[in-house]
Design a protein around this ligand. Structure first.
Ligand SMILES: Cc1ncc(COP(=O)(O)O)c(C=O)c1O
Length: 411
């Protein structure tokens, strides 16, 4: 059997009262009563806002923050976000409709994603959102559909840059990629395009996700400004906006620590003064998980405890069908534990026995926490998985085996 999990960084973003975790000031028993459900995701508005404030304290004001709805499209959360961020990025028609039904002005909504279907391109043009065009054929389809509709498509080009994000689990630029148009090809295209057939807005330079290394992000920003400057000079019409990418990560696993935004912000301030022409444009950083992941917990109840050949299993009513990424099956090579706790026994000493928490699916993949030290787990206790506010229910196979879907609440 492998070794017990080492200790995670402290999850200190939630308040506690009488050793109970609070979400939006409410205990889990109270939330259970409100929802009439004992398995749920609970998102805390205050924690979302604190994370956004952290961004604004460090990053120069000239750079806008957009929220990538894919991280968590829960409509109440998206609506609340309208007050705190300056735009949304959507990745499908469904996400686009959620964004359009919020208070976010349509001019601040963009639609990115490879393999967009004609129906999605049409929907985006009808709605008036900015299409982040990811291939040459997508551009000609957008122009044709725009002409049929008598509407000028609003477009920006997603660039597959030649550089790549160092030290990232999820690289989305550099080398061959399904995302965007290769930078070298764009430089050939830009002088040749008929700009009267589109409302051209600018460039989307997205290079990766979930990065916890300040230096790697600084390096990517340096490369992004250098590339953006060359793109602006190569474009015969006005460039309005540059999306500088995202990539800010959050700590999930033992040994990981929170990103220090101060050096990233200082470097961006230097870049703004080194590239005065770019500093006049609308500049955007687009983030998903950094904004919402720390604000969400996934909660289930321990319904049975059994011992198999000396090892203790906590049986719960939650599982990977609700939270695939926690189970280690959403892009992890080797499964590592998310931080977990007993939500009604916070701030107390952990037990000395490493236990495993599992869900109801008949596969060993359905593991919520593997060989972790928890505080005196008992039947009826709440198992809380932290860092669960992003890529939760909508990134999970909720219909697998036909168990009930999970509830969500924003408090
Ligand atoms: C274009 C684009 N924007 C934003 C994101 C959000 O990434 P994260 O949630 O890590 O910030 C992604 C992630 O896949 C993406 O592809």
């Amino acid at each position: 059997m492998s070794k017990p999990t080492p200790v995670h960084a402290d999850m200190d973003q939630f308040d506690t009262l009488d050793n109970q975790i609070l979400v939006g000031g409410k205990k889990l028993d109270v939330i259970e009563g409100m929802l009439d459900k004992s398995v749920f995701y609970a998102y805390d508005k205050k924690v979302v806002k604190a994370q956004i404030d952290k961004f604004h304290r460090a990053i120069p004001q000239a750079i806008k923050l957009h929220y990538a709805i894919k991280a968590n499209p829960y409509p109440a959360l998206v609506n609340a976000m309208c007050e705190w961020v300056e735009g949304f990025d959507v990745a499908s028609q469904k996400e686009m409709l959620i964004a359009l039904q919020s208070n976010m002005p349509v001019k601040d909504i963009s639609f990115a994603g490879p393999a967009k279907q004609e129906s999605e391109i049409k929907a985006a043009i009808c709605a008036g959102v900015t299409l982040h065009v990811e291939s040459e054929l997508e551009l000609s389809r957008a122009i044709d559909i725009g002409q049929q509709l008598g509407i000028l498509p609003i477009v920006a080009f997603r660039v597959n840059p030649a550089f790549e994000l160092k030290a990232s689990g999820m690289k989305m630029g550099g080398g061959p990629k399904q995302f965007g148009i290769d930078e070298e090809r764009l430089f050939e295209m830009l002088p040749e395009l008929d700009y009267t057939k589109m409302h051209f807005r600018g460039f989307h330079i997205f290079w990766g996700s979930q990065n916890l290394k300040q230096d790697a992000i600084i390096d990517a920003h340096n490369n992004t400004f250098e590339l953006a400057q060359r793109l602006v000079y190569a474009t015969p019409v006005t460039v309005e906006t540059i999306n500088l990418g995202g990539g800010f990560g959050i700590p999930y696993f033992p040994g990981e620590t929170r990103l220090d935004l101060a050096p990233i912000g200082d470097n961006l301030a230097t870049l703004l003064s080194s590239y005065p022409k770019l500093a006049q444009l609308e500049l955007i950083i687009e983030l998903g998980r950094f904004i919402v992941a720390e604000a969400g917990i996934y909660v289930s109840k321990i319904t049975d405890i059994k011992v198999s050949r000396g090892h203790t299993y906590l049986m719960t009513n939650g599982g990977l069908h609700h939270h695939l990424s926690n189970s280690g099956n959403f892009g992890q090579v080797i499964r590592k534990n998310y931080p977990v706790a007993i939500g009604n026994k916070m701030n107390l000493d952990k037990g000395t026995e490493a236990v495993t928490a599992v869900g109801p699916l008949c596969t060993p993949l359905d593991t919520l926490a593997d060989k972790m030290y928890l505080t005196d787990p008992q039947i009826g206790d709440w198992l809380v998985v932290f860092q669960s506010g992003a890529y939760g229910p909508t990134a999970s196979p909720q219909d697998f085996l036909g168990h009930p879907h999970v509830a969500e609440i924003l408090l």
